[in-house]
Design a protein around this ligand. Sequence first.
Ligand code: PEP
Ligand code: CO
Length: 448
Amino acid sequence: MQSQADQWNPDSWRARPIKQQPQYDNPSLLSEVLGEVRKLPPLIFVGEVDRLKQYLAAAGRGEVFVLQGGDCAERFQDCNKDAITSKLKILLQMSVVLCYGLRKPVVRIGRIAGQYAKPRSQDTEVVNGQEIPVYRGDIINSFEATLEARKPDPHRIKRAYLLAASTLNYVRALTKGGFADLHQPQNWDLTFMQKVPQRQEYERIVANIRDAIVFMEALGNREESLRSVEFYTSHEGLLLPLEEALTTFAPEQNHWYNLGAHMLWIGDRTRQLDGAHIEYFRGIANPIGLKVGPSSDPKEIIEICRTLNPRNEEGKITLISRYGEGKVKQHLPSLIQAVRGAKIPVVWSVDPMHGNGIKTQGGIKTRDFDAILSEVQESFEVHQQLGNPLGGIHFELTGQDVTECIGGATGITADQLDQNYETYCDPRLNYSQSLEMAFLISRMLGQA
Ligand code: PEP
Ligand code: CO
């Protein structure tokens, strides 16, 4: 691998086999659009990326906890005030609950401002007897199920970039401008608590958080810690022509950075050692997430980590395990032992969503709140037994009142899913399911 390191370029991935890409039938239009995107200002700044990497290094050592979450697929139509505000609000509230339970700083990373491209298990689907390309995310094609609407359209890439910029602009305004006052538990919607047996315990936690905030304000710390919060962006780095266009050389750091998101992750379907995605990602300085699932071989994961992180930098790689409920004990211990044996520093995170997809009898894609919680519990137990810090958690969630996952205190049943089923891709936890999850996980991990 050493000799290849010299040959890396933002476009050296083009010589490798690639998966999960759309087939554009107008390559010159694609190049033109990418050329326009290149001329636009970056979304983020290299200093922010380096700072996040420092936090992640601390998460790898067990000093900080990472909360990563947001939509499975952001939709263009959700680039609006309410959707962004509610997503930020739930992530901030969850982070406060986790910070309280774990007694450590929580770094927040949204699946936001660029999470527009999706890997799919099939290239096509049959709708009304016609075979059409699958939906691959708003950055590629339309959800509308017609042959014409499903044609990959390069113009969507520029639109996605502008909407990501607009989203991030509003996120920055909210996080720097006092919206973080939503730390204030009196603004939280806690109606779901009426139905849970742990109600008193949650009420006590909320009261304690409120007291702690009042105490900090009394110390005069309000401006610094409470009014403004740090928030980072991430998305799956799937559509490599775009990721390449967002890649810039930073002379002071003497390194290449992707300035479209602070952190990017490599999906479970695109992490082939000799594939295009690993080739692209090995050249950028951003922290990188790597999804690991039942099909991953620990030896291959070690090789991938070495390729992505040749300098063995702390905070560079986050391994995001997503085995599914009941499968963690079979797979995770050997991966932890292999990574530790190879002396590779990583942040260990768990994504309890992607191994727990189910379909109802009526054919609706859903996930069960209890299965999600169980995978977190199993993962936590494995890490604890091996004396390894679980450094983070990765959710698909929304701040809105959707009905996509079953279970939780509000007791959504399979029959109720069609009441407000919005997602174009995977089912997300809604506001109260997410907050309840944070309380449960905070209690679970707080016992460590
Ligand atoms: C995702 O995070 O949306 C995703 C597709 O995950 P995975 O690659 O783990 O299946
Ligand atoms: Co998903």
